[in-house]
Design a protein around this ligand. Structure first.
Ligand SMILES: C[S@@+](CC[C@H](N)C(=O)[O-])C[C@H]1O[C@@H](n2cnc3c(N)ncnc32)[C@H](O)[C@@H]1O
Length: 234
């Protein structure tokens, strides 16, 4: 039964990241199971899923929206010509700069997603976009706006890969007997962010102009039972 009357914990990415050790890269972005960073095998499954969707080419310029500390992103540096990672968290961007930035080709910038897409002056340089484990944390209006601006202004982007989305149709598999309220499931500031069904996501992306296909991680992936990935194309 939904715990409609209970309040719930909000999540602050920046504050949480500061509680983890400077070199606990997966812990900082909560890529953990019961607080323990996931194994290299799990990371490889994520990298494989992103590679297979984005089909990176040596002349690609990759935009990574809500890139966190860059630990995941830097695994793609060899596969592309240039990279820009943008994230709201000052702390995570400082970790990214210290450990992974390699100017001028691989760069990180502290900025919110919607502010960044509005203000980017050379959007046409990007050919692929990644947004992994993050889209659900954007306020709903920002999420719609980011997709619309990517479609209209980032005119050379062929593929947008939005990974690790929480599936509203499978929220019960995750929460089991302690179902949260509809308000919590729709709150971008909750622990998991906004849960969307695939059809809700398809409508959101379609209204911005994108075609959408969905994919799922292998069963061995720790979050496969309640998450899906979305690939957007023109
Ligand atoms: C779970 S982490 C994922 C980071 C990275 N993409 C990865 O997969 O390792 C979610 C990230 O979303 C960022 N984020 C949340 N809301 C944001 C927003 N409105 N604009 C930009 N970044 C945001 C957080 O700061 C955090 O770094």
């Amino acid at each position: 039964m939904a715990n409609k009357n209970k309040s719930y914990l909000k999540f602050d990415h920046d504050a949480y990241a500061k509680t983890r050790a400077p070199d606990d890269f997966w812990g900082q972005v909560r890529r953990t199971v019961h607080g323990v960073p996931v194994s290299d095998d799990q990371i490889k499954m994520i990298v494989d899923a992103i590679q297979s969707a984005l089909v990176m080419k040596p002349d690609d310029t990759l935009l990574d929206i809500a890139c966190g500390n860059g630990a995941l992103a830097h695994l793609f540096f060899d596969a592309c010509a240039e990279y820009l990672g943008v994230d709201l968290s000052e702390h995570l961007i400082s970790v990214a700069r210290k450990n992974f930035e390699a100017l001028p080709r691989y760069q990180f910038k502290q900025q919110g997603a919607v502010e960044y897409v509005c203000l980017e002056r050379q959007p046409e340089r990007f050919t692929k976009v990644l947004c992994y484990g993050s889209f659900q944390y954007f306020p709903a209006a920002d999420a719609a706006r980011v997709l619309r601006i990517l479609f209209d202004k980032f005119c050379n982007v062929q593929i947008v890969f939005i990974g690790n989305l929480p599936d509203k149709d499978r929220a019960a598999d995750f929460y089991k007997t302690n179902q949260p309220s509809a308000v919590e499931l729709a709150d971008c500031y909750s622990q998991i962010g906004i849960w969307r069904t695939k059809s809700e996501f398809a409508r959101l992306a379609g209204e911005a102009g994108w075609k959408v296909t969905f994919s799922f991680m292998p069963n061995e992936f720790y979050a496969s039972y309640y998450r899906y990935d979305a690939m957007l194309s023109r």
